[in-house]
Design a protein around this ligand. Sequence first.
Ligand SMILES: [Fe+2]
Length: 441
Amino acid sequence: MSSYNAQYKIPREKVFKVQETSEQGDVAEPTPLLIEGQGTYIFKASQRFSDCVGEPVLPIQPLRIAFRTSDLSTNQETDPDSNGELFYLDIDSETTRLNVEGAIVESNTFGIVQSDYAFYWISLDVRNVDKENNYVSIRFGRGEARFETQVFCYQKNMPKTKGFWHISQVLVSHSVQPMRLLRDPVVGEVPLVVKNTDTLTMEDVAANRVMPKAALSTEGQKLYDIVAGQNFVLDTPDFPAFSDAIKHSIETETGWCYKTLKDKSGEFGSDSKAVYLRITLGNAGGESPGIPFVMEIWPPQCHSPIHQHAGANAIIRVLSGEINVLLFPFLANETVTPNSTDRSVNVVPFAKASFVKDEVTWISPLLNQTHKLQNNAAIGGKPCITIQCYMYDEADSGHYPFFDFVYDDGTIDQFIPNSDMNFIQFKETMKKEWDESGKMV
Ligand SMILES: [Fe+2]
């Protein structure tokens, strides 16, 4: 019987370098879990698919991710020939299969997604049922490591003699490119609305319907503190009609907003509704893709392309109107026919949410990273105006500068986070237009 033997300073995750693989020479090296019996392994195929457009189908290299104990004595009682491997996941061109103790226990008739943006996760969670038994939970999903992208889940009570409690290593085939090893397993849905200490209720936590500000990353909390205050608003005493003036400028042919939107139409392909305005606050300081604070203006019925956020943290606060958010597992074109058997690289959103004035939502390097924003208000309705702000993780030395996005023809390109006008100049422009319009609040 073991006694209490805690260890401290366990990191929350291990980030693999792009070129880092599990092999050294011809010998595969296992990756130790950060905590025995739990964790989430995020990975992709090391094979590249971007070069095969128009070419015959490449031979797809299958992927294997195996979980095992390092202490072979733990399960030799039941399997004297065991190499410590207790379960593994196989993904080939056609199928995904989970094999536990030599038997296929879960499978899915969809294999490797032929996209360099596709990735996968497998999560292990082993808990005590009683002194003799463990409850083992193994989940697999495609895209962001979260409950909402889960493809299948295997759960079973296991005698402790089986050794799942002591699973301590992940060993992958050479065709696997490891991305991250998270300390924690995937256990539940991820709330999208952020609340701070003063507004968070016991019901919010009990129902898991709110992301507490304190649970965001350090960078996310910083961004939240900057933009979530009661004075960080559009309509201030010096210009109480600011939001009305923006609406007027969008709807008036001589307005700066109207003209700029017309000039920008086509920026993301042939869809004339894929357009919005970017008004920047302050300057770039090297901590974010582009200028970190951007006020975005979404006319009714307009939307962004599906895009991701350079692996940065972000906070989005609605300043006026309502924004609709569609979240995607990874960057790919939105499928027109969900549940289609078509194996082209299309995805469906795993979540749809809307946020109204003063509500705040969030993005982290691993969660909510790929989305599409749209203003569903009817023509003539309220524009949606948001403040969006970005910051790379402290440990992110890559500082990828682009927001990769999907054109309406399905191809992927890099968007440079730019500025249509700075905030001070924009406010003066709107005030001048409003005053000249003769409109009153
Ligand atoms: Fe975005």
